[in-house]
Design a protein around this ligand. Structure first.
Ligand SMILES: [Zn+2]
Length: 347
């Protein structure tokens, strides 16, 4: 089969499309004919460049590639053959099922936390072997590309909104709303019946921003961000902030507009500077700051139930490219100029 093999950490040119052996599924595993691959900033692009947290766990030559979608074509011992031919989305998260976190249903904090594409060969390949528990069938009207994008961002978006207590009537602020995760979190918040205010750099990302289900859109460079948010929320503020950026200036900008009992949920930190945290208003207003690594198994299942119940991403939030463009997609993601979720399609 063909696969993109990383020979040494560095430039995207170090990824080469080559012939490698077809993998065989072991006990409890299935082999997926890969049709769409979500390209991830940290797990793929940053790891390829040799950066932590994932590169130190990889020994080249290696096949990257985490969440994907395709068709089950073979099963290993102990797996019912009736799943062969099923279209599935594949989660990359692997957990031990034995540690304290796993026994609490919090697999995202597993002491043996591992990933397809980091700790075992990934999905930058025509075929990928994964545990049966990682595959999730999806409705017929969902494309492989959308399924791969949902697998990559849906569970963590779901976990963020759970942690933020977001439901019908909530007012939610999503920073970096044109990003892969931000656009998914905003869409899912709306699906839950929340009002959503998006923040991003407006002009370069306008083509996607115009199609997101937002009640309002604010420019991240606006010098009066908190005032704008308070105006939009009748003075109450936002009940939940999804902040996957961790940029101190933005934090200072929105902080005063977090409501009483408001929760700030974090699943990313591209900002390098520490966040200035004043504890006095924080406790006097009964607020929370919550870190969310990714969704646990229950949240992954719930996300696919949301999809069966009608949750969809805006078409424009999934950017489809042929998988032969992988190196160019890595360069685009690295530049910080991409919006939505980049997905590679394999014929
Ligand atoms: Zn565990």
């Amino acid at each position: 089969m063909k696969a993109w093999v990383l020979h040494e950490f560095g430039d995207p040119g170090n990824l080469r499309l080559e012939d490698v052996a077809l993998p065989e599924p072991g006990d409890g595993e299935v082999r997926v004919r890969v049709r769409a691959i979500a390209v991830a900033r940290t797990k793929d692009v940053s790891a390829r460049a040799g950066h932590p947290p994932f590169a130190p766990r990889i020994t080249p030559p290696h096949v990257l590639g985490t969440e994907h979608a395709g068709t089950v074509e073979a099963v290993g011992p102990g797996v019912d053959q009736s799943i062969i031919g099923t279209d599935v989305a594949v989660s990359a998260v692997l957990s031990c099922a034995r540690c304290r976190a796993c026994s609490m249903g919090r697999e995202e904090a597993c002491e043996g936390f591992a990933l397809v594409g980091v700790d075992r060969p990934g999905s930058y390949a025509e075929h990928c072997v994964v545990p049966l528990g990682n595959v999730h069938p999806f409705p017929e009207d969902v494309s492989f590309a959308e399924a791969a994008s949902l697998a990559a961002n849906g569970p963590v978006a779901r976990a963020q909104l759970d942690a933020g207590g977001v439901g019908s009537g909530s007012q939610v602020l999503v920073l970096g709303v044109a990003g892969a995760l931000g656009s998914t979190a905003a869409s899912l918040a709306r699906f839950r019946g929340a009002s959503v205010i998006g923040v991003d750099q407006l002009e370069p990302r306008r083509p996607l921003l115009d199609h997101l289900p937002l009640d309002a859109l604010l420019d991240g460079h606006d010098g009066h961000l908190a005032q704008r948010i308070l105006e939009l929320t009748a003075g109450w503020g936002v009940d939940c902030v999804v902040d996957n950026l961790g940029i101190a200036d933005l934090w200072n900008g929105y902080r005063a507009a977090v409501a009483d009992m408001g929760r700030i949920v974090v699943s990313g930190a591209i900002g390098r500077d520490p966040i200035p945290m004043e504890l006095l208003p924080f406790y006097l207003r009964s607020q929370s700051l919550v870190g969310v690594r990714t969704g646990n198994r229950s949240q992954v299942r719930s996300l696919w139930q949301d999809v069966r119940d009608g949750f969809r991403l805006p078409t424009q939030a999934v950017v489809l490219r042929p998988w032969t463009d992988l190196q160019a997609v890595h360069r685009l993601v690295e530049s910080g100029r991409s919006s939505g979720q980049n997905v590679l399609a394999i014929e």
